[in-house]
Design a protein around this ligand. Structure first.
Ligand code: PEP
Ligand code: MG
Length: 588
C-alpha cells in the first residue's frame, strides 16, 4: 500500500441499487477525459516523476503560448484570452504543489497523480452553483488532456499496471455511462446521486454489478486506489475496510453463492403457486449479450426488450436491416418462448433519439416514448417493419411505451397496419397475428384501461413510470426517493383497475417494472390478478421460488385487504407479512 494512506475504516450508507458484494480499489470516475495508466513508484523514483511532471507542464505551456500568438495574429487579441487563462492554471502553485505531494505521498506515477488531483478539482468546480464557472470545467478538461498527452513515456520503466479491476466512484452516472462501462474491469459502483429506479440502477441489476446510489455525502476527496467494499444488499460503501470487515463480507459472499446455487437447481420447475395458479415468469433485457443469462435463468421468454439501448451503438437508431437482425436473433434464441419487443422509449433519463436544440425543462413529461415514435414516422416505420420481419423467425409481440390514451394507441396501431400492408405487397413474410400490447405506465392509461383493452392483446404495467407519474415523484431524484412508494394506495388501485379491465376484455396483464422483481410485493401483485412478471434475468430463479411458495387464495385475500387500506406502510406490511411467512430466507 502506498505510504501515508489512511487506514481508518469509514462507512457511507446510501440506497441499495443492485445486490452483491464487491471488494477492490476505488477508481474515481473520469468525467470528460479518461484515466491514464497507474502504477506505484519507489522512493528513489519520486524526483524523476516530479521532473516528468514539470516537463509535461512546461511543454504544454509552450504550446498554449504558441497557440495564443497564432490566434492573436489572425484575429486581434480578444479571443486569445482563453489561452492566457489556461496558462495561468498551469502556473497555479496550489495545484502544482498538490500534484507534487501526490507523487511523493501516494507514490504514484506523475500522470496519474496529476489526473487524480485534477479530477477532484474539476468535481469541486462542477458543484459551484454558478453556471459560468461550471462551464469553465470544459476548458480545464482540455488543458488536462493536453498535459496528459505531453508526458514523456519511458518505455522501459518496468512498471506494470494493475489488472484494472476497480470499484467506480462517481458523482452520478447516466444510463449510457453505465451501459458503455468496461464490465470486465468493473467490480461495482457507488454514486452520490441516483435512485433505485433510474435506468442506471436497472442496468446494474441486469449486469449483476453490485451498486449503491444516492450516497448523498460528498465523496470528492476520496482518492483513486483507496481500498473499498460495496455492500449492494445493505447499500453501503466502506472505505479502508478492516480485516474483520473483509472476513465478514467474504463469509456473506459464500452464503449468497450457496443460496444462488440452490435456487439455480430449481430453475426448470414450473412457476405456479401451491394451489395451482400459473404465473408466467419472463425476463427484461436491454442488450443481446444478456440472452445467455435469460436462457440460464429458466425465464419463460422476454417480457420486455428495451430497444432504446440500440441507440448506444451510434448516434441514431440502426436501420431496418440492422434492427431486423437484432430482433431475429432474440426471437431465435428465445424460441419457442415469446419475446415482447418494446418500441423505442427514448428520452426521459435515457438517450434522446436525436440531439435536442434545447434541454427539456421536464424530460420525463416531455418528448419520450410513443410521442417520439409518432412524430418520427420514418424511424417508427423502420422499427415496426423490422419487428414484423423478425416475427417469422420466432414468437414476437410488439408493445408501445408511454401511451397516455386511446388516440396514441390507435395511431401506433395504424402505423403497424400500414407496415403490414407494405410487407404484404412486397411479399415479405411476417406473423400477421403478431400480438400487440400496450404499456400501462401513465396514470391516464391505467384509468382508461377499459378503453384501451379492446385494441390490444395484453397489458404490461410499467410500474417504474406509473409510480413516478401517479405520486408525482421523479424516479431518478434522490431528494424525493423516500416519497417514491410502490405500495401507495393510488398505485395499487391503478394496478387493480388495469388487471380488472384486462380480464373483462379477455386479455392478460403483466408487470415489467421493478415492482415485479421486488419479492416483498409478489403476494400483492399476484393477488391483484397479475398473470405475468418480467424481471431482471439475475433474479428469475429467486422470483420463481417465491411464486412456488405462495398460496393464491391467501394472495387474493391480501390484495383485497390492501385495496381497502389507506396507507403505503400498512399495505407494505400486509404483503410483507405473507412474504415473511412463506419465504423468510429469500428476503435479503
Ligand atoms: C417502467 O416504467 O416500469 C418500465 C418497465 O419502463 P422503463 O423502466 O424502461 O421506463
Ligand atoms: Mg417506463
Amino acid at each position: 500500500m502506498p505510504k501515508n494512506a489512511t487506514t481508518l475504516e469509514i462507512t457511507y450508507t446510501g440506497i441499495p441499487a443492485s445486490p452483491g458484494i464487491a471488494v477492490g480499489p476505488i477508481h474515481v470516475s473520469a468525467r470528460g477525459f479518461s484515466a491514464p495508466e497507474i502504477y506505484e513508484i519507489s522512493e528513489e523514483e519520486i524526483s524523476y516523476e516530479r521532473t516528468r511532471f514539470d516537463e509535461a507542464v512546461a511543454v504544454t505551456k509552450k504550446q498554449l503560448i504558441d497557440l495564443q500568438e497564432r490566434l492573436e495574429s489572425l484575429s486581434g487579441n480578444a479571443d486569445s484570452e482563453i489561452f492566457e487563462a489556461h496558462v495561468m492554471l498551469l502556473e497555479d502553485k496550489t495545484l502544482l504543489d498538490k500534484v507534487a505531494a501526490a507523487i511523493s505521498d501516494r507514490q504514484q506515477n506523475a500522470e496519474f497523480a496529476f489526473y487524480a488531483v485534477m479530477q477532484n478539482f474539476l468535481e469541486a468546480m462542477r458543484r459551484i452553483p454558478d453556471p459560468y464557472l461550471r462551464e469553465r470545467t470544459a476548458d480545464i478538461e482540455d488543458v488536462c488532456q493536453r498535459v496528459l498527452r505531453n508526458f514523456k513515456v519511458d518505455e522501459d520503466s518496468g512498471h506494470e499496471a494493475p489488472d484494472g479491476t476497480h470499484i467506480l466512484l462517481a458523482y452520478d452516472l447516466s444510463p449510457s455511462d453505465t451501459a458503455s462501462m468496461n464490465r470486465r474491469h468493473l467490480l461495482g459502483f457507488a454514486t452520490e446521486q441516483g435512485s433505485v429506479n433510474s435506468h442506471t440502477a436497472i442496468l446494474a441489476r441486469s449486469f449483476g454489478i453490485p451498486a449503491v446510489v444516492g450516497l448523498g455525502a460528498s465523496l470528492i476527496q476520496v482518492t483513486t486506489l483507496t481500498p473499498a467494499v460495496i455492500d449492494g444488499y445493505a447499500g453501503k460503501l466502506i472505505l479502508n475496510p478492516r480485516p474483520e470487515t473483509l472476513a465478514k463480507y467474504a463469509a456473506l459472499t459464500l452464503e449468497k453463492e450457496k443460496r444462488s446455487t440452490e435456487l439455480d437447481a430449481k430453475r426448470g420447475e414450473a412457476t405456479e403457486t401451491l394451489d395451482g395458479k400459473k404465473i408466467t415468469l419472463s425476463a427484461n433485457i436491454e442488450f443481446l449479450d444478456e440472452l445467455h443469462q435469460v436462457k440460464h435463468s429458466g425465464a419463460k421468454g422476454v417480457g420486455l426488450y428495451r430497444t432504446e439501448f440500440l441507440l448506444l451503438n451510434g448516434s441514431e437508431m440502426p436501420d431496418e436491416a440492422e434492427q431486423t437482425e437484432a430482433y431475429t436473433r432474440v426471437a431465435n434464441e428465445v424460441s419457442p418462448d415469446l419475446v415482447i419487443v418494446r418500441t423505442l422509449d427514448a428520452g426521459g433519463d435515457k438517450l434522446p433519439v436525436e440531439p435536442l436544440t434545447e434541454p427539456e425543462p421536464n424530460p420525463f413529461l416531455g418528448w419520450r416514448g410513443i410521442r417520439v415514435s409518432l412524430s418520427r414516422p420514418a424511424m417508427f416505420r423502420d422499427q415496426l417493419r423490422a419487428i414484423l420481419r423478425a416475427s417469422q423467425h420466432g414468437k414476437i409481440a410488439v408493445m408501445f411505451p408511454l401511451v397516455s390514451g386511446l388516440s396514441e394507441l390507435l395511431q401506433a396501431r395504424e402505423a403497424l397496419k400500414r407496415c403490414m400492408e407494405e410487407l404484404n405487397a412486397e411479399g415479405v413474410p411476417f406473423d400477421p397475428k403478431i400480438p400487440v400490447g400496450v404499456m400501462i405506465e401513465v396514470p391516464s392509461a391505467a384509468v382508461c384501461a377499459d378503453l384501451l383493452a379492446p385494441h390490444v392483446d395484453f397489458f404490461s404495467i410499467g410500474t417504474n413510470d406509473l409510480i413516478q407519474y401517479t405520486v408525482a415523484v421523479d424516479r431518478v431524484n434522490p431528494h424525493v426517493a423516500n416519497l417514491y412508494k410502490p405500495t401507495h394506495p393510488a398505485v395499487i388501485r391503478l394496478i387493480g383497475k388495469t388487471v380488472e379491465a384486462g380480464s373483462e376484455h379477455g386479455i392478460w396483464t403483466g408487470v415489467c417494472g421493478e415492482m415485479a422483481g421486488d419479492i416483498r410485493l409478489t403476494p400483492l401483485l399476484i393477488g391483484l390478478g397479475v398473470q405475468e412478471l418480467s424481471v431482471s434475468p439475475k433474479i428469475v430463479p429467486k422470483v420463481g421460488q417465491v411464486i412456488r411458495s405462495l398460496d393464491f387464495s391467501q394472495c387474493e385475500a391480501t390484495a383485497k385487504e390492501a385495496l381497502r387500506t389507506s396507507g403505503s406502510r400498512a399495505i407494505m406490511d400486509l404483503t410483507l407479512a405473507v412474504a415473511r411467512e412463506r419465504y423468510p430466507d429469500l428476503l435479503d
